[in-house]
Design a protein around this ligand. Structure first.
Ligand code: COA
Length: 178
């Protein structure tokens, strides 16, 4: 497989993104959604993020979207405005080939360029070695585990919280925000 191009997502990528996420919702525990959102809902979510100035990226090989990643608000209350939460999903057939890492590294750069100071990963399922592994490799710190907060496929699921400082992190306060 040739090396992927990482670029901003476009509306034309959304049918494939919707399929990738549908698989993750139906068969995986990384997301706690139970019903796959349709293309119209994924399009609404895409525009809400992009119009809000958040990065939304795809990994493309030979013209085909094989994965995507985005950052969005961690929480809606305004004091959280310098903190983002990330999401990354790949087609299952291409796991463990370095593509998640490339998407996350580019997402970190895009968030730093926009002035965000903290990124939080809320990882569904403490058995999600792939997600914990890729965040660890990017320097995220383990914050802790919320045990048994989800119920999917008849099983109680944990969430694992990991966090990385971006740019100047907490060493300065943005000048327009003192
Ligand atoms: C999580 C995910 C994005 C990781 O992407 P990936 O391309 O498979 O991971 P990479 O090949 O880039 O791995 C980078 C590093 O992460 C770690 N890692 C990745 N998968 C791992 C696994 N299954 N077990 C342990 N470590 C792992 C390794 O350190 C790896 O580096 P190495 O291969 O040189 O040892 C991908 O597996 C995925 O889409 N999973 C399903 C959805 C999901 O869990 N998304 C995250 C939501 S929070």
């Amino acid at each position: 497989m040739s090396s992927p191009e990482i670029r901003p997502a476009a509306e034309a990528d959304l049918p494939t993104i919707t399929e990738i996420y549908e698989h993750a919702v139906r068969y995986g525990t990384a997301t706690f959604e139970l019903i796959p959102p349709d293309l119209a809902e994924m399009t609404r979510r895409f525009h809400a993020l992009v119009d809000g100035g958040f990065p939304y990226l795809v990994a493309v090989v030979d013209g085909n979207v094989i994965g995507y990643a985005y950052a969005g608000p961690y929480r809606p209350r305004p004091a959280y405005r310098f903190t983002v939460e990330n999401s990354i999903y790949l087609k299952p057939a291409i796991h463990r080939r370095g593509i998640g890492l490339q998407l996350l590294q580019r997402l970190l750069r895009e968030c730093e360029a926009r002035g965000y100071r903290q990124m939080i990963a809320v990882i569904g399922d403490s058995a999600n070695a792939g997600s914990i592994g890729v965040h660890t490799k990017c320097g995220f710190q383990m914050i802790g585990t919320h045990p048994n907060v989800g119920l999917k496929f008849g099983r109680w699921l944990d969430t694992v919280m990991m966090q990385l400082s971006l740019g100047k992190g907490a060493t300065t306060v943005p000048t327009a925000d003192q």
